[in-house]
Ligand binder design. Structure first.
Ligand SMILES: N[C@@H](CCC(=O)N[C@@H](CS)C(=O)NCC(=O)O)C(=O)O
Length: 206
């Protein structure tokens, strides 16, 4: 049994979805961002979700947690054999969404962390938006030809990507207006058996 530290509608939804898909027994511990308690900070001293604790392990970093869960549950097919061509693509896009896309969203959500609480947010936000659109452009191109970002199979990158598209209100919903394939992908992923359970109660959906 694992303790899963989760913040609603955040990047930890991708882990919630993987937990649902793998059926790994866990209890969800909601994190209050304005009141991070001792047990949570012991799990992640940086105070970031997701964190997974159990079986003598403390795991942080959403991409790593999901890789580990899928390695324990190869039957879910969430991550192909890494030495295969599909595995290479799934790994590349997993890093793309976690290491390239996610930090841009952080700049949009927390501009004060980049220019100080009293700094002028306008320029950093504009630059972050430009980077965001460039980064989704490559994803959208891939989704013109394929149902999922790594190809015609669902993989871990899709879980996180589908979660991020729900944040588009930050850029006046211009992501799905510009690239309808992003909306189609988000819905395709969210409605997958078991994955739907992970997305339930998040982003304003039942
Ligand atoms: N590199 C980490 C980043 C985690 C992260 O930034 N989590 C955000 C939610 S998306 C968080 O906990 N924010 C709360 C805060 O920074 O106080 C990962 O991929 O797991």
């Amino acid at each position: 049994m694992f303790d899963f530290y989760h913040l609603g509608s955040s990047c930890s939804v991708a882990v919630k979805a993987a937990l649902a898909k793998t059926g790994e027994p866990h209890r969800v511990i909601p994190v209050d961002p304005s009141h991070k308690d001792e047990a949570f900070l012991a799990a992640n001293p940086l105070g970031k979700v997701p964190a997974l604790v159990g079986e003598g392990l403390t795991l942080t970093e959403g991409g790593a947690i999901n890789m580990w869960l899928s390695a324990r549950h190869p039957e879910t097919g969430l991550m192909p054999d890494l030495a295969s061509e599909e595995g290479a693509m799934a790994l590349k896009w997993l890093f793309y969404v976690y290491a390239t896309l996610h930090p841009i969203w952080i700049r949009l959500f927390y501009p004060e962390r980049f220019c100080g609480p009293k700094g002028d947010h306008a320029a950093p936000l504009r630059l972050a938006e430009e980077d965001l659109f460039k980064t989704y452009a490559l994803i959208a191109k891939k989704l013109e030809a394929h149902d999922y970002v790594a190809g015609d199979f669902l993989s871990l990158a899709d879980l996180y990507l589908a979660a991020t598209v729900h944040w588009e209100g930050k850029v006046e919903n211009r992501l799905t207006r510009r690239w309808p394939q992003l909306a189609a992908h988000r819905d395709r992923v969210r409605q997958q058996p078991a994955i739907a359970e992970g997305f339930a109660g998040e982003f304003g959906y039942d």
